[in-house]
Design a protein around this ligand. Structure first.
Ligand SMILES: Nc1ncnc2c1ncn2[C@@H]1O[C@H](COP(=O)(O)OP(=O)(O)O)[C@@H](O)[C@H]1O
Ligand SMILES: N[C@@H](CC(=O)OP(=O)(O)O)C(=O)O
Length: 549
């Protein structure tokens, strides 16, 4: 934590905070924060242990006059933060690097910004991750001798070898990975099991290969590039395989490695998205599906960069999922809060946890279309850039489970709620939306913490069994959460319009949540009517039209 410098009146209060991680001097002025207790005479400050660790600046001051300190800092910053420093991070997802041609276009796009010094984060090519997972599932039961003929393995081999050849890159750079991949599948066929730890290891081959091919292509074009496996440069995570969380130690480690390499031998860093290393096991972990977005924002925060760019196959964050409604259009500005709610409540376009590092680092995130680079995209920042729109976007989270729980013991609401939530905590099940009364509570369960993981049925059975010890439980599946993201200071207008639309549509809202979030109103409806709700609401809020079913 750091506290800002406050001067005021006869007594000046400072508190010194020693930085616990490296920051390149280029970000020193705006990042420098220090404070400490001082003598009342304002001339000589009490002994302050001022320790600011950065590569170009290591200052231990026992007694310091602030002017002297700031001068020293400024001197160091000017020499260290010359023109040639990393400026931004650019992330390209699977759809942007799905073929040799796409990789060529991404390379041209990167090189079309001569004043940028980007770190590049890549996902696996196209749908390689899905195919690696499918190959692993097949290997469990196909038999050792049939592993080589698994279709998905053949597809992956062909795609990567063909891409290397088409880009004029020596296929030997991925040969070992392809050999190891086949050996791994044979191992799975012999063990006849496909654990979460093995799933993370197998999917890592996708990003490891795409980044190697791309870095080699840039080097062949005469642009010095250096490939990095994120799990080798300090992406330290929990050991929660398929769903690992970034640990704080990642930030200084990644900053130091990328910064040291950059200052000693500048080259465009090409980093694997999605991957990390478990701090306890040392095994490869993944950050949850879509996790390359998170890789990019972590690097942005680590290096204190000017901007984080997330290149997709759509013109930014749209007013709804374009797969549901073709009239969706791009949203020019979002706040971090709005983007986080969008991502959490189902907008696949951003990883649910990716906004947090950007928000903490106060670094703007720009979502752009790699197929249409002239489109302005969406700029995500801390403050709201005023918009006349009542609503920002409509998000849909399908296949949600709702629980209606009515107390049978007339417990006071405090005891009842506490008991209900303790059961959820014990079973490690998170909830999305909650509505309570004196002796009853309704809630929606997080159906897939990372999109592709479903709550297994026995988790639900265990949950109902525990709850039925204190309540009558009604479990309803195949529900959807329609989230209206916008400025809920205008919630009355939003709700009035939304309920008018849904009434005309003949849809009954089964639960509503508004107030906890300052940017989101969530409505629970049936799965089978959710998409028509999104279309009708979009028509009413963004097209001035009347509801279209
Ligand atoms: N509100 C939304 N705005 C933009 N895209 C969305 C939204 N909701 C869902 N999507 C889907 O997310 C896709 C982009 O996310 P993703 O597939 O992760 O891209 P990439 O693989 O390039 O990172 C789009 O193609 C679109 O179909
Ligand atoms: N390849 C991983 C990580 C990722 O972020 O992919 P994409 O950028 O294509 O969403 C996945 O499919 O989840």
């Amino acid at each position: 934590m750091a506290a800002a410098l406050h001067f005021g009146g006869a007594k000046t209060t400072l508190s010194v905070v020693s930085r616990d991680y490296f920051l390149p001097p280029s970000v020193l002025p705006q990042k420098l924060r220090f404070a400490g207790s001082v003598a009342s005479n304002n001339k000589l400050y009490g002994p302050l242990r001022f320790c600011y660790i950065s590569r170009a600046l290591k200052v231990n001051c026992e007694a310091v006059n602030v002017d002297v300190l700031e001068k020293k800092v400024t001197e160091n910053v000017s020499f260290a933060s010359g023109g040639n420093r990393i400026t931004c991070v650019m992330k390209f997802g699977g759809s942007s690097v799905a073929s040799a041609e796409r990789m060529r276009e991404v390379a041209d796009l990167i090189l079309s910004f001569p004043n940028e010094r980007p770190v590049i984060v890549l996902s696996a090519m196209g749908k390689t991750t899905n195919k690696l997972l499918l190959a692993g599932e097949k290997a469990v039961s196909c038999g050792f001798l049939n592993v080589s003929s698994i279709d998905e393995l053949r597809f992956i081999k062909d795609l990567h070898i063909r891409t290397a050849n088409e880009l004029g890159v020596d296929e030997s750079i991925i040969e070992k990975h392809l050999e190891d991949l086949e050996q791994l599948l044979k191992g799975i066929s012999m063990m006849r099991e496909f654990t979460p730890r093995t799933k993370d290891y197998i999917v890592s081959f996708g990003e490891c290969m795409s980044t190697r091919i791309f870095a080699a292509y840039l080097n062949n074009k005469g642009f010095k590039a250096r490939q990095y496996d994120a799990f080798e440069i300090g992406f330290i995570t929990t050991d929660d395989f398929t769903n690992a969380e970034i640990l704080e130690a990642t930030y200084p480690a990644v900053a130091k490695r990328l910064y040291d390499d950059w200052t000693s031998d500048p080259a465009i860093p090409i980093v694997t998205g999605f991957l990390g290393k478990g701090w306890r096991t040392g095994a490869v972990t993944t950050l949850g599906r879509g996790g390359s977005d998170l890789t990019a924002t972590v690097i942005g925060k680590s290096l204190g960069l000017r901007e984080i760019q997330v290149w997709k196959d759509v013109d930014g964050v749209l007013t709804c999922d374009p797969n549901i409604y073709e009239h969706a259009h791009s949203v020019p500005y979002l706040t971090f809060d709005e983007a986080a709610e969008l991502a959490y409540f189902g907008a696949q376009v951003l990883h649910p946890h990716s906004i947090k590092p950007a928000r903490e680092g106060e670094i703007p995130v720009r979502v752009k279309n790699s197929y249409n680079r002239s489109a302005p995209g969406t700029l995500i920042t801390k403050s709201t850039i005023t918009s006349k729109a009542v609503l920002t976007s409509i998000v849909l989270k399908r296949n949600v489970t709702t629980l209606d729980i009515v107390s049978t013991r007339m417990l006071g609401s405090l005891g009842f709620l506490a008991k209900v939530f303790s059961i959820f905590a014990d079973l490690g099940i998170s909830v999305d939306v909650v509505a309570t009364s004196e002796v009853s509570i309704s809630m929606t369960l997080d159906p897939s913490k990372f999109w592709d993981r479903e709550l297994i049925q026995q988790e639900l059975d265990n949950l109902v069994e525990e709850l039925e010890k204190i309540a009558i439980v009604n479990l309803l599946q195949r529900r959807s959460i329609v989230s209206l993201i916008g400025n809920v200071k205008r919630s009355s207008l939003i709700l009035e319009k939304a309920f008018c639309v849904l009434r005309n549509l003949g849809v009954n809202v089964q639960m509503i949540s508004q107030g906890a979030s300052k940017v989101n109103i969530s409505l629970v409806v049936g799965d089978d009517e959710a998409e028509k709700c999104v279309r009708a609401l979009h028509s009413a809020f963004f097209e001035g039209g009347h509801p279209k079913a």
